[in-house]
Design a protein around this ligand. Structure first.
Ligand code: LMR
Length: 398
């Protein structure tokens, strides 16, 4: 019956991560998937999460289905974190926020919603973008295009070309933007560039779909969400997918949220209902445990302060690793490829290594990067950074 089903070629990120797990070499280094490891190379359990979990396990009680929209205290805390606790849109009840299965689930629920209510709208992604963006939106039946973004030569942004392309889009086109820590390049718009882009989105009547998977890993929790605050105050039709996988180190709990900023509380109520209908059609309602942990931390001042502190430490460790790999490669790679380790930010750097060099790194040195040359800097630590630098130097040299 199923003879005609072809083999799945695999996912460029998740399948590579599985290959890494099966690699028997002791000296292997995983710089492929976007996961934060601590300086001992371990996946951290954040102190505040551990405390919230102990409290929860002490009084766990029955576990009924959550509503289709998710755990109410979680939805509220997620909305406050993304839009600001004192946001006007929030106070007036015009943001529809629902709990989703990770950031990917938020993207898919949002994509299904857009396909239903804006059936003629097409979507534009940065070139390049996270590999799965195209997959998610195409699987919702949306046609996906790209706008210019990354300048391989300089390691920076092609901002003028990006703006020109966005200025030419038909009304109701959807523009996918990364709030911070662009995946895969580590190149973000600065404040002045956001201030130039936002009026274009507004005047052209475009829909901004912002993916914020790394809040807190760029400049800080508030700073990383500044573009969202600007989009809201400028009245741009806005959808935000956010994730707690990275900033809570809760990858497997699949904690995300989707928010749609509406013009009135009544509109938000109807939009929330339709988002819930998309959830019902896919998986009925989201799981409980992770949402209770995140809400338990964000809604308890002492735990929240501890979480923010630990997140800052993680951000600072990434910056320190950027400096360490920069120093290790200094004199071994061209200047234009070297400076990007310091200029790009967040978990990723687009190294400029070729596919062949990436393959040699994996085969000869057990160092895993994505085929595109994307390196997850958060996988570096004091013990492996020197080894990684010499492995890169050796594949670049010969
Ligand atoms: C990544 O880009 O590596 C992460 O977002 C993990 C994933 O699901 O692709």
């Amino acid at each position: 019956m199923f003879e005609h089903v072809p083999a799945y070629p695999g996912d460029p990120i998740l399948s590579l991560n599985e290959d890494f797990q099966h690699d028997p070499r002791q000296n292997k280094v995983n710089l492929s998937i976007g996961i934060y490891f601590d300086d001992a190379g371990a996946l951290p359990v954040m102190g505040a999460v551990r405390e919230a979990e102990s409290a929860l396990l002490g009084s766990i009680g029955p576990r009924p289905y959550l509503p289709m929209t998710g755990h109410a205290p979680y939805r509220d805390a997620a909305q406050a974190l993304v839009f600001g606790a004192d946001s006007e849109a929030r106070a007036s009840g015009r943001i529809a926020t629902l709990q989703t299965i990770g950031g990917s689930g938020a993207l898919k629920v949002g994509a299904d919603f857009l396909k239903r209510y804006f059936p003629n709208s097409q979507l534009w992604l940065s070139d390049p973008s996270w590999e799965n963006h195209r997959v998610v939106f195409e699987s919702a039946g949306i046609t996906v295009h790209t706008y210019p973004y990354y300048d391989e030569h300089s390691g920076g942004l092609r901002f003028e070309q990006m703006l020109d392309r966005i200025k030419s889009l038909p009304p109701q086109s959807i523009v996918l933007l990364h709030a911070c820590c662009h995946n895969p390049t580590g190149v973000d718009l600065d404040d002045a560039q956001w201030a130039e882009l936002v009026p274009v989105l507004q005047q052209r009547k475009l829909i901004a779909f912002v993916d914020m998977a790394y809040q807190g890993f760029g400049a800080g929790l508030e700073e990383d969400a500044a573009c969202i605050r600007l989009l809201v105050s400028s009245g741009v039709p806005l959808i935000v997918a956010n994730s707690f996988s990275k900033n809570f180190s809760l990858y497997g709990e699949r904690c995300g949220a989707l928010s749609v900023v509406c013009e009135s509380a009544d509109e938000a109520k109807r939009v929330l209902g339709q988002l819930a209908s998309r959830v019902r059609a896919n998986y009925s309602n989201p799981p409980t445990h992770g949402a209770r942990l995140v809400a338990g931390v964000l809604n308890a001042p002492a735990l929240r302060a501890s979480w923010e502190q630990e997140l800052s430490t993680m951000r600072e460790r990434i910056l320190a690793m950027r400096k360490r790999i920069y120093d290790g490669l200094n004199g071994h790679v061209e200047e234009r490829l070297l400076t990007r380790y310091l200029a790009q930010r967040g978990m990723f750097t687009y190294t400029g290594l070729t596919e062949i060099q990436v393959e040699r790194l994996r085969e000869e040195h057990a160092v895993y990067l994505l085929r595109s040359g994307r390196m997850c800097v958060a996988g570096l630590n004091e013990r492996n950074v020197g080894y990684v630098a010499s492995a890169i130097a050796s594949v670049v040299k010969s």
